[in-house]
Design a protein around this ligand. Structure first.
Ligand code: FPP
Length: 262
């Protein structure tokens, strides 16, 4: 398991071989942005300041991702479980989301990034939904990268909802139960039609998936960093990508079969 904490130092250790191969940049990177609360606590600050600094980190990483040619970046901004946090923190996070959406429209425009969102979006406060809709429509024609915010998101709930949608279609007679296969189930997920992530990064030294994109990460490479999310830099992203490029992705096949395919 690769755990790199110090970007520049690790680049020095890796030496001249440590340049990214532009032809092997993953199409889709998913991130669990963890550690905002600990970042704030270490500085004697309130947790919401950790989240505010988390937005700065997200801007850095989205900009670097677009620069590198990553086509899809999907970040876990708020889980269904996060609703159970103290009311003040939930309110602060929703406020930060609204002001970040207003403020970052320029970043999205400058980098030709389309904003997208997945999750139980109807459960978000009205102001968030309104702002989200506005930024989504204002960036709908952007083509360089899609930034997806997972908001009020739970992978299990996503799968339950997909099962319910397909069951309703079967009862209505639009599909037969025998039609239900991986392709049809995938089409009923929140994330449709995004491709599956190639790489999943989690920060803050925690080694969990926490109900994130469970279906979609079936073949993703996993990378864990012990940096807290507000400290995660463009260099740290490069290191994660270097590590990704050092892996053999076989999708359950043998190396010989893969060689024959290429
Ligand atoms: C996890 O840190 C992070 C979150 C629950 C929220 C992530 C939100 C942001 C990065 C900023 C807001 C994003 C947008 C798109 C506006 P934690 O609070 O669980 O940290 P801890 O484990 O150290 O307590």
């Amino acid at each position: 398991m690769a755990v790199y904490g110090q970007g520049r130092e690790m680049r020095q250790i890796l030496g001249p071989m440590s340049t990214l191969d532009p032809s092997r940049i993953p199409a889709h990177v998913a991130i669990i942005m963890d550690g905002n609360g600990r970042w704030a606590r270490k500085r004697g600050l309130i947790r919401s300041l950790g989240h505010e600094n988390g937005v700065d980190a997200l801007r850095r990483i989205a900009t670097r991702s677009a620069e590198l040619g990553i086509r899809y970046l999907t970040v876990y901004a708020f889980s269904t479980e996060n609703w159970q946090r103290p009311r003040a923190e939930v309110d602060a996070l929703m406020g930060i989301l609204v002001s970040a959406l207003k403020k970052e429209l320029k970043t999205l425009k400058d980098n030709n990034i389309r904003l997208n969102a997945i999750g139980d979006l109807d459960s978000l406060p009205k102001q968030c939904r309104k702002e989200l809709e506005e930024v989504r429509s204002k960036t709908a024609s952007h083509t360089h990268m899609t930034l997806t915010l997972a908001l009020s998101y739970s992978a299990r709930e996503e799968l339950v909802r997909a099962a319910r949608t397909l069951a309703e279609a079967a009862v209505a007679g639009t599909i037969a139960p025998a039609d239900i296969d991986a392709t049809l189930l995938r089409s009923a997920l929140y994330s449709h039609p995004l491709p599956d992530p190639d790489l999943l990064i989690r920060t803050s030294g925690e080694y969990r998936i926490s109900n994130y994109l469970l279906w979609q990460i079936a073949y993703a490479e996993l990378y864990f960093s012990d940096k807290l999310w507000p400290d995660f830099t463009a260099d740290d992203l490069d290191l994660a990508l270097l590590d990704y490029q050092s892996r053999d992705r076989r999708f359950g096949l043998t190396q010989e079969q893969l060689n024959a395919l290429s």
